[in-house]
Design a protein around this ligand. Structure first.
Ligand code: UDP
Ligand code: MG
Length: 315
């Protein structure tokens, strides 16, 4: 198998056929044998039926259906595990990842790269979101061990050894954007103009994006924990200096000032700081808890399509 295309789908029934047409228009000219693995991530619309239908019509298509909505990370992992190709392409089902870009991506991959990732600009996005993303990436790159690029997402093609590296990482709580960067290998980037979503809205609400953002920071190291220690030490030191100052003032007989403001500032300041630091610690403890349960990141409810190709050698 020359290429596997992995497509996580959550409520994407409306776009799938169009996506297939787009893929059919470009892939046959680019690669010899290819397969498309549709991963239905517990959709509540007709995505599964559509996946079944496409798979019955075209032997190059097959599908997996997860037992519920596990999130894009789980769906991607399921698809990548299932992929048998020498190269694996991951793309969204919502037509925001233009299929015509695949030609350039494969060309770059074949010229000696192990990962080729498409980078979109923020064309057509609300200004606020674009700005927040920018700030986020500046922050993440300061804090985390891996370097993430703005606009770089999950539209990428990997060589077999990069895929195997991804699969070798056992964590079930995955932040793929960071994992892709973490595995290393020679990576190239292909820029493209952002395409706005055609059907429905993004599956990622602001809340989900914020959670995803926190994952990005804390999945990769314990620097925030370290920062919390420094911050805590600094505040304690300042409090100590202030206490000395108050005692000296009292001993020197300066008239006491009603210290309501100071007290309030102190209490709220320290309260906030403690909550913040506890939260940081909690983030890591929570993650340890989740990982320690060693739960599988998804369950497959149904799979189908063309006869499953035999497992790859050595796997
Ligand atoms: N997706 C998924 N599970 C989810 C949410 C999203 O498999 O719980 C899929 C979705 O069907 C799409 C891709 O992930 O193919 C990206 O989702 P979306 O377009 O909503 O994200 P955005 O483009 O806003 O990053
Ligand atoms: Mg999208």
């Amino acid at each position: 198998m020359d290429l596997s295309v992995v497509i996580p789908c959550f409520n994407e029934e409306r776009g799938l056929k169009e996506l297939r047409d787009e893929l059919n228009a470009v892939l046959p000219a680019l690669v010899g044998r290819y397969e498309v693995v549709l991963v239905d991530d517990g959709s509540t619309d007709g995505t599964l039926e559509e996946a079944r239908r496409l798979s019955s019509l075209d032997p190059r298509y097959r599908y997996l259906s997860l037992s519920r909505n596990f999130g894009k990370e789980g769906a991607m992992l399921a698809g990548i595990r299932e992929a048998t190709g020498d190269r694996v392409l991951i793309m969204d089902a919502d037509l925001q990842h233009p299929a015509w870009l695949i030609a350039d991506m494969l060309k770059l991959l074949d010229s000696g790269h192990d990962q080729v990732v498409a980078r979109r600009d923020r064309h057509g996005e609300p200004r606020v979101r674009a700005l927040l993303s920018k700030l986020y990436y500046i922050g993440v790159n300061k804090l985390a061990d891996v370097q993430l690029e703005d606009g770089v997402g999950d539209f990428r093609v990997l060589s077999r050894r990069a895929v195997d590296a991804m699969l070798a990482m056992p964590e079930s709580n995955r932040f793929s954007k960071g994992l892709f960067a973490w595995v290393g290998f020679r990576t190239a980037t292909v820029p493209y103009r952002n395409v706005t979503r055609k059907y429905d809205r993004s599956c990622f609400s602001l809340g989900k994006l914020v959670n995803y953002g926190i994952d990005g920071v804390v999945s990769f190291n314990s620097k925030p924990l370290r920062a919390a220690v420094y911050l805590g030490s600094l505040v304690t030191l300042l409090a100590f200096v202030y206490a000395v100052y108050v005692i000296v003032c009292a001993l020197a007989g300066f008239p006491g000032v009603p210290g309501y403001a100071t007290l309030m500032v102190g209490i709220t300041g320290f309260g906030g700081m403690q909550l913040l630091l506890l939260g940081v610690v909690g983030e890591y403890v929570g993650r340890i808890y989740l990982e320690s349960k060693k739960r599988p990141p998804y369950f497959i409810k149904e799979s189908g399509g063309s006869v499953m190709p035999p497992a790859r050698e050595g796997s």
